[in-house]
Design a protein around this ligand. Structure first.
Ligand code: HPA
Length: 239
């Protein structure tokens, strides 16, 4: 019990030092997760890895079964989830290659199954004032500092519906709302984790700046992806 899960986004394929023990295709009351759960050991920790967009055909963000993903991880004995995400910066301070641990979010998604509560159940209004786990964010930030990484830790992540990218006016609206980043997969994932009482935080890699039409080159993505991987491994060993 009390396993740690890593949800891998696009540009984050695996944890190299994780010794895989087995993988399991599971069912939940909400359907199947995006991919089989990969179980492994890192140090003395039990880890579950889940590829958010699926291991075969990458699925669009609005098609991901977030409820099945989070439910399956909880059923696997997970208490802590480190999620990774590839995002765009929408202010000049967030440039391709930057690593960010967002502390807030704004949900612009629609039509996604965003709660475990059924229509006939007594709805619980979870406290979501701080959408990410404070203690997990602190651990990530501390480890990032120890590794000498440049990290931004005050950032609001705007979650867009996709699959298309936003217009210039939409990006400007999100920036006016107070967002620094946009991406497509941060919600309802974070809220579902909170509904089940799991500790959840996100490590975001900026892959483009939406105003400057810049994108990151593949070798930088790989190098930064490896940094994220090292960071996650250090967190797991310490957690
Ligand atoms: N918008 C939303 N998600 C993204 C983007 C973007 O511009 N770039 C990478 N993921």
């Amino acid at each position: 019990m009390n396993k740690i899960a890593v949800i891998g986004g696009s540009h984050f394929a695996s944890l190299k030092n994780l010794s895989l023990t087995h993988s399991a295709s599971v069912q939940t009351p909400f359907g199947e997760p995006s991919a089989p759960l990969s179980y492994g050991i890192l140090g003395d920790k039990e880890v579950v890895y889940l590829h958010r967009r699926g291991s075969a055909e990458p699925m669009a963000a609005h098609k991901i079964n977030y409820r099945a993903n989070i439910w399956a991880l909880r059923d696997a004995g997970v208490q802590t989830i480190i999620a990774t995400a590839a995002v765009a910066g929408i202010t000049p301070a967030f440039q391709p290659g930057d690593l960010v641990v967002p502390d807030q979010l704004i949900d612009y998604t629609f039509g996604r199954e965003n709660t475990f509560w059924g229509e006939d159940a007594n709805v619980t209004h979870i406290d979501f004032t701080e959408p990410y786990s404070h203690k997990l964010r602190l651990l990530i930030i501390q480890k990032a500092k120890e590794l000498g990484y440049q990290f931004q830790t005050k950032a609001t992540y705007g979650i867009t519906q996709g699959p298309r990218l936003e217009t210039r006016a939409e990006a400007q609206m999100s920036a006016n709302d107070g967002c620094h980043l946009v991406g497509m997969t941060g919600m309802p994932e974070a809220a579902l984790a909170r509904e089940l009482g799991l500790d959840y935080a996100c490590i975001a890699l900026v892959v483009r700046n939406s105003f400057e039409h810049q994108s990151i080159d593949i070798s930088t993505i790989e190098e930064r992806g490896q940094r994220v991987e090292k960071l996650i491994e250090a967190i797991i060993l310490e957690a």
